[in-house]
Each structure stands twice: as structure tokens, then as C-alpha cells.
Design a protein around this ligand. Sequence first.
Ligand SMILES: Nc1ncnc2c1ncn2[C@@H]1O[C@H](COP(=O)(O)OP(=O)(O)OP(=O)(O)O)[C@@H](O)[C@H]1O
Length: 266
Amino acid sequence: MTTAPLIKVEGLTKRFGGLVAVEDLSFDVESGEILALIGPNGAGKTTTFNLIAGVLVPSAGHIALDGQRIDGMPVHRIAGLGMMRTFQHNMPFAGMSLTANVLIGSHRKLRASVLDILAGRSFVRDEETQARQRAGELIDFVGLNAYRGADVTTLSFGEGRLLEIARALAGSPRVILLDEPAAGLTTAEISRLSAMIRRIAADGVSVLLVEHDMHFLLPLAHRVVVLNFGRKIAEGGSRDIVRDPAVKEAYLGEAAGALREGAPDA
Ligand SMILES: Nc1ncnc2c1ncn2[C@@H]1O[C@H](COP(=O)(O)OP(=O)(O)OP(=O)(O)O)[C@@H](O)[C@H]1O
């Protein structure tokens, strides 16, 4: 029996004036799969992410989430369908505790409206208690328990990025988009991040990553899609990707070394 992919990208194209940033791109992401988008600078990775998350509208092509077309939908509706993302640059809410920051991520699941809150309906309190408990579990999951009540401004850059993942998970996503999650993290934080991503995927959540750090990425990804000048030039497991002549050619120079060194042993 074959199951339908959770995300289906078909013929995706994005033009910025005369520049074609993404061209006729197709790939699927299964439930619980860790899929990496890689490619040299300017290859179209961030644009693809922004198209999937609804920040950009495609010039052509389709994106479906669990069989439902999402291309052209506003960001909040796509998030409401279970797609959460983190950004290359941290955006924690300063002046608020870690718990409060994570609670913000849980709003998509809560039933309570402003009217329910004003009317003091009892289920509102139950929901809040559960959301707080879950926020605590997620802060623990990302290894930041010691800072739970602290203001987010006391976190290091790397800790802030881990907090962002907790916030994204608070929305109980079906898909999580991670934009360069390892950037700026210490070696210890990167190995914690790898373990976290594996656990997230093992729970059935699809993980779509854009990442430059091949040491981190290649052993982690179940499948890799390689872009160059907006087009897909290769797709497959890490071992096959690093041997692919078209990929080697695209990664001339410094990045080629990283690609070789990051390759898992055959
Ligand atoms: N809003 C925009 N307007 C015009 N051109 C854009 C815009 N966004 C991206 N581009 C161009 O589209 C191409 C793809 O950019 P994109 O940021 O998607 O690449 P990338 O693979 O994420 O690169 P990097 O690894 O450097 O982040 C680049 O040539 C870029 O200059």
C-alpha cells in the first residue's frame, strides 16, 4: 500500500522580474521524513521555503499539504493546517519568559476566543493549564529547563534558536520548516539539535530543512534535494548525493570540501 505524501510540490516556479529564482521544482515530503534542501548561495532554497510557508505566491506550480492546495493561501491559514517554521534570525519576544514565548506558539490549537476568555468560561482555564504544562515539557525537550522562568534576553543565540523550535512544536505541527537551524550553534548544541530533530521526525512530524552545515545535515537527512540556479539537479540519500557529478560541479570550491567531509561513511 502506498500513502500519499504529506507535502507535494509540483512544477513550482517563482520569478522576480526577469530573474527565475525557482524553476519547475517538484518533490514530495512524507510524514516523519527529514528532507533537506541544499544548494550553493542563491540556488533558491529560501525562496522555496517562503513559497511553501505562504510568504510568497508562486508564479506557477502547486503545493499541496495532505492533498489540499496551499499555494497562495495566507501564512496564518497554512500555519493553521499544521505547518510551522523557524527563521534564520531569532525572533523571540523580549521582556517575556521562555514559557510565555512557547505559549505563543500554541495559539493555533486553542479553542478559546476572546469572548470565551472575557466570559470566564471554565474550559479556558483548563486549556491554559494544559498549554502551560506542554510548554514546560517542550522547554525541557529542547534542554532549556534551567531558564524556564527567565527573560528570553538572557539566552545565548544558540539557546534562542532552540527556544524557537520549542515554540514551533507548541503548535503541534505536522510539518516543521527549519531555516538554517544549526547556524551560530555550538558543537554541543548542534548534536542536541540533531537528536531533537530525529525525535520530532520519529513522532511522525515531517521536517524540511535548509542548511549549509553539511557535517550536521548529511548524516541527519533521510533525503536531500539539491538546487542550483533554481532547478533541482539531484535528489536522493546523502551517500548518493555527495557522489553525484552534477552536485560536485555545483559545489566547486570551499563548499565541495564541506560536502565531502560531511558525507556519512559508505
Ligand atoms: N525578493 C526578491 N527579489 C528579487 N530577487 C530575489 C528576491 N528573493 C530572492 N531573490 C533572488 O533569487 C535567487 C534565489 O535566492 P534565495 O535567497 O532563494 O537563494 P538561497 O539558495 O536561499 O541562497 P542563500 O544560500 O544565499 O541563502 C537569488 O538570485 C536572489 O538574489
